[in-house]
Ligand binder design. Structure first.
Ligand code: DC
Length: 226
C-alpha cells in the first residue's frame, strides 16, 4: 500500500550508543516543530520486558513471543510497558544492553517496522536510531550519521546516569559501549552503518547546541537547493 505520508519530510539521525543522538534529534524536532521518534526506546522497552520475563535474550522465538504479549506506549515524554511507566527504567544500562541483544533478531525488527513508520506524520519527523536512514526511512530527506569518540561517549553517559541519580562506573561504561558498538554494527539484521548518502557529524568536540545547529543548517541548505 502506498504510504499517504510518504511526502512528509524525515530527518534520520543514526549513530552509535551515547553519541548524543537523542539530545540532538529532540532539539532539531523542537526547532522545526516536527514529531520525534526515539526508536531505541522501543528496543529498550522490549529488552526490559524480556529481562523481566526471564527469557533468553539470544533466542529469537522467545523474544518474539514477549513482543507479541506486550504493549509499548508513548504518551508525550512518558514511555509505557503495558500500564507501567518505564521512562526511567529503560535508561539503565541493563535495559540498553538487553535492547542491543533483542535488536539482533530479524523477526523482531520486521515486526517493529510499521510501528516506527507510523510516526511519520505532518509536518515532519526526526527519527533517531541505528537503521533509520538505511531501513526504516530510506527516503529520508536528510540522513545524519552522528558519532563521537568512545571516551567522549562514555563520559556523556556517565554524566547522564549520575544526573539521574543512577549507578555509574566509568570502566564498566567504556566496556559496555564498546561491546554495544560491536554488537550493533556486526549483526546481520539492519546493522549500524553509515549509508552512502549520510552526512557524518563527529560531535566529540561539539556541544549539543552546536551539533543541533549543524543538523539544522544541513536541512535548511537542502531546502534551499530544491
Ligand atoms: O539508541 P539507544 O542507546 O537507546 O539504543 C539501545 C539499543 O537498541 C541499541 O544498542 C541497539 C538497539 N537499537 C536498534 O537495534 N535499532 C534502533 N533503531 C535503535 C536501537
Amino acid at each position: 500500500m502506498l504510504d499517504p505520508n510518504s511526502s512528509v519530510p524525515v530527518i534520520a539521525i543514526d549513530g552509535p550508543s551515547a553519541s548524543g543522538k537523542g539530545t540532538v534529534a529532540q532539539g532539531v524536532a523542537r526547532a522545526l516543530g516536527f514529531h520525534y521518534l526515539d526508536s531505541g526506546a522501543i528496543y529498550r522497552v522490549l529488552g526490559l520486558a524480556a529481562l523481566r520475563a526471564g527469557v533468553n535474550l539470544d533466542n529469537e522465538a522467545d523474544v518474539f513471543h514477549v513482543l507479541l504479549k506486550i504493549n509499548i506506549g508513548f504518551v508525550g515524554d512518558v514511555v509505557r510497558l503495558d500500564s507501567t511507566d518505564v521512562t526511567d527504567a529503560i535508561r539503565e544500562e541493563a535495559a540498553g544492553g538487553a535492547a542491543s541483544k533483542v535488536g539482533t533478531h530479524a523477526r523482531v525488527r520486521e515486526a517493529l517496522t510499521e510501528k516506527q513508520r507510523a510516526f511519520r506524520q505532518p509536518p515532519g519527523l526526526v527519527a533517531d536510531g541505528r537503521d533509520m536512514g538505511s531501513v526504516i526511512f530510506p527516503d529520508a530527506r536528510l540522513k545524519i550519521y552522528l558519532t563521537a569518540s568512545v571516551e567522549a561517549r562514555a563520559q556523556r553517559r556517565y554524566k547522564q546516569l549520575i544526573g539521574k541519580a543512577l549507578n555509574a562506573n566509568m570502566t564498566a561504561l567504556l566496556q559496555d559501549i564498546m561491546l554495544r558498538d560491536q554488537r550493533d554494527s556486526e549483526r546481520a539484521a539492519a546493522p549500524l552503518k553509515k549509508v552512502a548518502d549520510a552526512v557524518v557529524l563527529d560531535t566529540t568536540n561539539l556541544t549539543a547546541t552546536q551539533a543541533m545547529a549543524e543538523v539544522l543548517a544541513h536541512y535548511h541548505a537542502l531546502r534551499h537547493a530544491h
